[in-house]
Design a protein. Structure first.
Ligand code: SF4
Length: 330
């Protein structure tokens, strides 16, 4: 099946993922002793262009975080290719990957558990430089101070430990650490979902600023379309490991085509009132990834399904320049 979803935008991809698949297999389940198989990412294809922000949305367990970790090769893909800057990195050995690690960083969802509680703020930010630069200790310290200022924290906070900061401040430290090695690409893995609403926009503004200041390419992962629309050039919608729709963020917000995307848009307060659309609420629970439905992965919850949906997986089609959808109705 060709589930390729290409960008119609700039033809200069930093990343090209093709047929990306990740299957997790447990040794054996508690009941029956059979191994549990989870197809976390299932034949997913997309590009991320140089300097763009690609948003990835979907409910918990849809495979968006696994996709981000595959791109960074923090996980090994089961099959498929990952071309980074013209080179297939899907199966290159760890030693070769180490040289590329400096280019690729991650900002985690939970800033508290991602920071070493026994290290000071200064050491956390400077630590990646020990491995990835030839800077002296004094130079590393200077760079950490400079990054602290950049993310909006005073130099005086440098000797403090993670527990002495608020959630928003800890996320700023995580961002400074990611920036310390001057990466080209950052996976932002739900970077604001663990934060109070009052500080979410401050952290989003900081991510916007660093994207423009440093010409970064980002994969921005989030639960809801309202957050990704604000920051992304294009948005991909994932469900049970599959990429169901991909389009420019404005396009997907105004003209969602896949029934699942339409449900996600409906969940955003005030959207349907302004667009005059009928509200389409999601029914039922997301199926277990250990027991994937046949055919269209969304058919068990889709109010518009037709006869073939339960048996036949829909092909992905480009319905307009840069707008691709996997649904039998489209
Ligand atoms: Fe619904 Fe069928 Fe389209 Fe799947 S392929 S989203 S079940 S209409």
């Amino acid at each position: 099946m060709d589930s390729r979803m290409d960008s119609a935008a700039a033809a200069s991809p930093l990343y090209e993922a093709r047929g990306l698949t990740k299957v997790f297999t447990s040794k054996s389940s508690a009941i029956g002793g059979k191994p549990l198989v989870v197809r976390a990412v299932n034949d997913v294809s997309f590009d991320i262009n140089n300097g763009e922000v690609l948003g990835l949305v979907g409910e918990s367990g849809c495979g968006k975080t696994t996709t981000g970790r595959l791109l960074l090769r923090l996980l090994d893909p089961t099959s498929g290719s990952i071309v980074y800057a013209g080179r297939d990195i899907a199966r290159i050995p760890n030693r070769a990957m180490r040289a590329l690690r400096k280019d690729m960083q991650i900002i985690f969802q939970d800033p508290f558990s991602s920071l070493n509680p026994r290290m000071t703020c200064l050491d956390i930010i400077a630590e990646p430089l020990i491995l990835h630069s030839s800077l002296t200790r004094a130079q590393r310290r200077e760079k950490a101070y400079e990054l602290l200022r950049y993310v909006g924290l005073p130099k005086e906070y440098a000797p403090r430990f993670p527990h002495e900061f608020s959630g928003g401040q800890r996320q700023r430290i995580g961002i400074a650490r990611a920036l310390s090695v001057d990466p080209k690409f950052i996976v932002c893995d739900e970077p604001v979902s663990a934060l109070d609403v009052s500080v979410q926009s401050q952290v989003l503004n900081l991510i916007q600023k660093l994207r423009h200041d440093r010409s970064l390419t980002l994969l921005f992962i989030a639960h809801g379309l309202n957050v990704v629309k604000y920051i992304s050039d294009r948005v991909g919608v994932m469900y049970l490991g599959s990429l169901l729709e991909l389009a420019d963020s404005e396009e997907i917000y105004l003209r969602p085509l896949h029934p699942y995307t339409q449900s996600l848009i409906s969940a955003i307060p005030d959207v349907d009132d302004t667009a005059g659309r009928e509200r389409q609420l999601l029914r039922g629970e997301i199926p277990s990834p250990t027991n994937m439905p046949s055919g269209c992965p969304f058919h068990t919850r889709c109010s518009r399904k037709i006869g073939r949906c339960a048996d036949e997986k829909p092909l992905t089609r480009e319905v307009a320049p840069g707008h691709s959808v996997a649904c039998h109705l489209i």
